[in-house]
Design a binder for this molecule. Structure first.
Ligand SMILES: [Zn+2]
Length: 305
């Protein structure tokens, strides 16, 4: 189990989901009360509990479990986790609440999109309604010792997406709203599966850029400095992919041709591409699904015109 202090009162736990390092992070923020940001899926809750122990957190001290959205790699484990945390409530976007109470529909959708990987991540357990707090845009949660987390609605990746801003580290937990970060290349790859809404994602990125931030704490994966640069680069990348997808759909190109043009024109991902395309799981979930998000959006735009 790998844990690391990465900021003022802030720790990263590498959940090592399904044995993969640097895939999904959970964060622990210690004020007078403790908060966990992102639970990861059900199958790595055991590792999360080991990580909590390693960073000296007692289960009874956890007051909040913040989830950025209800995709199972971010919050699927919340139901199992809460059974170990007697005083904790889970904080979620209003549109995510029902999926935490009754995850049946979410689970069916996850199995359809992720296939076998959904089973590896594990089935989410339902959460009693009285253990759920709904957070709208701009709500502040005080952990004591001048530590606060503020919710920022950041839809686009999903309609039920929040990011969280943390004042003492000038940090943002962007969930999937700022893409996936590959620290060894200092590069970001879009997380934009259907139904991705690029116009809303760009509005969300502008909101995050306007905050007084310095660092990003990515769920996939880890800490990045120069938050503003990362966020601006991601916005530029979304505009580039969108332009290519719109042109491609207009010219009746197939998905392979659109992917080839994205790979040719987006120099920021050149170093990551070999790793992402070399194994079938990454190629499908990280590359093809995320490009399909732009193609589906472009096709719907075509219908509207
Ligand atoms: Zn997601």
């Amino acid at each position: 189990m790998h844990t690391k202090q990465i900021g003022e009162k802030l720790f990263l736990i590498d959940l090592e989901t399904c044995g993969f390092k640097n895939l999904i992070a959970s964060y622990v923020l210690k004020g007078e009360k403790t908060a966990i940001i992102e639970t990861g899926p059900t199958s790595s809750i055991h590792n999360l509990l080991l990580g909590l122990k390693e960073v000296g957190v007692k289960p009874k001290d956890v007051a909040y479990v913040f989830v950025t959205h209800v995709h199972i790699d971010h919050s699927g484990g919340a139901g199992s986790l809460l059974k170990y945390l007697p005083n904790a409530k889970v904080v979620v976007h209003p549109r995510g609440k029902q999926h935490l109470i009754d995850p049946a529909k979410l689970w069916a959708g996850s199995q359809e999109v992720l296939g076998r990987v959904a089973n590896d991540f594990g089935k989410p357990e339902p959460i009693p309604e009285n253990r759920i707090l709904v957070a709208d845009d701009g709500m502040t949660f005080n952990l004591g010792n001048s530590i606060e987390l503020q919710s920022v609605e950041t839809s686009g990746h999903a309609s039920h997406h929040l990011s969280y801003y943390e004042h003492s580290n000038l940090g943002i937990f962007p969930g999937d709203a700022a893409g996936a970060y590959f620290s060894e290349f200092d590069a970001v790859f879009p997380i934009t599966p259907p139904p991705f809404l690029p116009d809303l994602a760009l509005v969300s990125l502008e909101k995050l850029i306007k905050l007084n931030q310095r660092v990003l704490f990515y769920s996939h994966f880890g800490k990045a400095v120069n938050a503003t640069t990362c966020l601006r680069n991601y916005a530029a990348q979304i505009r580039l992919w969108l332009r290519i997808a719109l042109e491609g759909v207009r010219n009746k190109e197939n998905a392979e041709a659109i992917q080839a043009r994205i790979f040719a024109e987006d120099s920021s991902i050149r170093e990551i591409i070999p790793a992402l395309t070399s194994n079938p799981f990454d190629r499908k979930t990280l590359v093809e699904n995320n490009i399909q998000g732009f193609i589906d959006f472009a096709e719907k735009q075509g219908v509207k015109q």
